[in-house]
Design a binder for this molecule. Structure first.
Ligand code: TMP
Length: 206
């Protein structure tokens, strides 16, 4: 993308791994350094994306088939890219996204076992957008899930599913070591924040 100015950071991890707190911290940190920052979330952010998110996370959507689930995540992403992301890349120094295509590769590709079709579809419908840095918050899913009081459709899946996701994310980090950086999300937020800061500063020479 010729006109892209922003650095694109995505934050990934299993359920309850502390993404929201980390994103909040990172936004404040980067703004304190004088950078302009915008935060998006996936699925969601756009009006259409938020409607799709509701369908995906609603426990009443129990009939949703694996392929429909995949297509809905891709649809929400395409809407975000076309409606917001491409413009934000021209306007801001940093664009942070709470989840992006690695979640699809792991949740639908590995978790639901859809495999290669997911890789092909993700490539096609990410419309040429790729993160410059992906921070993988690695934590024990059992601990993360325990933090969540009211579980949605995906969080309610069995622990083995979430453990498979953790391994899946770690295997992506191995496959793309330059882009995906694993941050230990164990311990207190006061311990996690400096790990995140160090990773971002190192990557972008801040
Ligand atoms: P969040 O609650 O962390 O914002 O994420 C929404 C849920 O959707 C979470 O359970 C992860 C899941 N998800 C997928 O299964 N595939 C995807 O492509 C994305 C972006 C999220």
């Amino acid at each position: 993308m010729k006109t892209k100015k922003a650095k694109f950071i995505t934050i990934e991890g299993t359920e309850g791994s502390g993404k929201s707190s980390v994103i909040n911290f990172l936004k404040n940190f980067l703004e304190a350094q004088g950078f302009s920052v915008i935060v998006f979330r996936e699925p969601g952010t756009t009006k259409i994306g938020e409607k799709i998110r509701h369908i995906l996370l609603d426990k009443e959507s129990s009939e949703l088939s694996a392929h429909t689930e995949l297509l809905l995540y891709l649809a929400a992403r395409a809407q975000l890219i076309e409606e917001k992301l491409k413009a934000a890349f021209k306007e801001f120094d940093f664009v942070i996204c709470d989840r992006f295509y690695d979640s699809t590769l792991v949740y639908q590709g590995i978790g639901l076992g859809l495999g290669k079709i997911v890789f092909d579809a993700v490539k096609k419908f990410s419309l040429g957008v790729n993160p410059d840095l992906t921070i993988l918050l690695d934590a024990d899913p059992r601990v993360g899930l325990n933090r969540i009081e009211k579980k949605d459709r995906i969080e309610s899946r069995p622990l083995v599913f979430h453990e498979k996701l953790r391994r899946g994310f770690l295997s992506l980090a191995k496959k793309y070591p330059k882009r995906v950086k694993v941050v230990d999300a164990g311990g207190s937020l006061a311990e996690i924040y400096p790990r995140v800061e160090k990773t971002v500063c190192r990557k972008f020479k801040i």
